[in-house]
Design a protein around this ligand. Structure first.
Ligand SMILES: Nc1nc2c(ncn2[C@@H]2O[C@H](COP(=O)(O)OP(=O)(O)OP(=O)(O)O)[C@@H](O)[C@H]2O)c(=O)[nH]1
Ligand SMILES: [Mg+2]
Ligand SMILES: [Zn+2]
Length: 293
């Protein structure tokens, strides 16, 4: 009997089976019983070791994860295309900023994709675009439906595990399918979204693409942050960094402290007010939650 151990990456998990890419092959695997008894599951994105016994794979080891996103569950993500439509649906700034916090927290590089630029007169004048410009993050204007600028997205892929996140209806699947060149995921109509049963992307799957992997995800509209301590929140807004050394108090939370350089930068319009207002409202929310416990 042939018996050997190889390593690969989990690209899909359905009904107790895991599909593991080993070099250029996908091997259908089961996880060893010990994972079930310890309540540990391999996730999409996990680097695993498997035993191959007569063409069947058994996952025997999961490598330590760089990170683990929970909604949807994907491990070891290095880059996120944060997709928001400039219209239909309108940009929810709070949600956009929450995605960015989540990226920073997980050490994922975000690239903001402003989609549906065909629906606005001047994308540069949109509040969300002005805000993002001041963060220093990379951003791309897209018309996913017309495949306009998709090559800019592809140029950023490199050897990453890239996720596409953003609210339902933003155009993630359209973008994703347009790049891959064949429909992998169902595309839904915004107007149909409220009707039961008519929905779109259901599970995550890693797809080998260029030198890396891309993941399509279900849309989400709210994110929880209970794992972040309010005093750490400031570390996840990178444009605050260059000012915080000049705050009067070391460890300044840029909240009610006097002589705060971050607040001055907001007044001088060097930091976008929407980002600061978002920061304060999330800071207060996290602080309030902690005292309730
Ligand atoms: N006007 C316009 N519509 C677009 C564009 N890109 C996508 N759409 C439309 O937006 C709708 C939603 O697109 P999807 O790709 O399904 O959006 P999604 O982000 O994957 O949505 P979920 O899977 O629900 O999260 C579809 O009707 C698309 O045809 C665009 O560039 N311009
Ligand atoms: Mg979708
Ligand atoms: Zn400060």
């Amino acid at each position: 009997m042939k018996d050997n151990t190889v390593s690969g990456i989990v690209t899909k998990g359905i009904g107790g089976f895991y599909y593991v890419q080993v070099e250029d092959k996908i091997i259908e695997c089961k996880a060893r019983g010990k994972f079930r008894t310890h309540n540990i599951s391999p996730y999409v994105g996990d680097v695993v070791e498997l035993n191959i016994e007569e063409d069947k794979g058994f996952i025997i080891k999961i490598s330590e994860r760089k990170n683990l996103l929970l909604r949807p569950v994907v491990a070891n993500v290095t880059q996120a295309f944060v997709v928001f439509a400039l219209k239909n649906p309108d940009v929810n700034l709070t949600l956009l900023n929450k995605f960015l916090i989540l990226c920073e927290y997980n050490e994922i590089k975000p690239i903001i994709c402003f989609n549906k630029v065909d629906l606005v007169d001047n994308p540069e004048e949109e509040l969300a675009v002005k805000m993002i410009k001041q963060t220093g993050y990379d951003y791309i204007f897209l018309k996913a439906k017309e495949k306009y600028n998709l090559e800019l997205v592809m140029d950023h892929l490199n050897e990453n595990i890239s996720i596409f996140c953003g609210p339902s209806g933003a155009g993630k699947s359209t973008l994703f399918n347009g790049m891959v060149g064949k429909p992998l995921m169902e595309i839904g109509e915004v107007s149909e979204k409220l009707k039961r049963g008519k929905h779109t992307t259901r599970h995550s799957e890693l797809i080998a693409f260029h030198q890396g992997y891309i993941v399509d995800t279900p849309g989400f509209s709210s994110l929880e942050f209970d794992f972040i301590d309010e005093v750490d929140l400031k570390n996840y807004l990178p444009e605050f960094k260059e000012y915080e050394d000049q705050c009067k108090f070391s460890g300044c939370n840029h909240y009610k402290e006097p002589k705060c350089a971050v607040k001055t930068a907001v007044e001088e319009e060097k930091i976008h007010k929407s980002r600061y207002d978002f920061y304060i409202s999330l800071y207060e929310e996290l602080k309030g939650r902690r005292y309730k416990k």
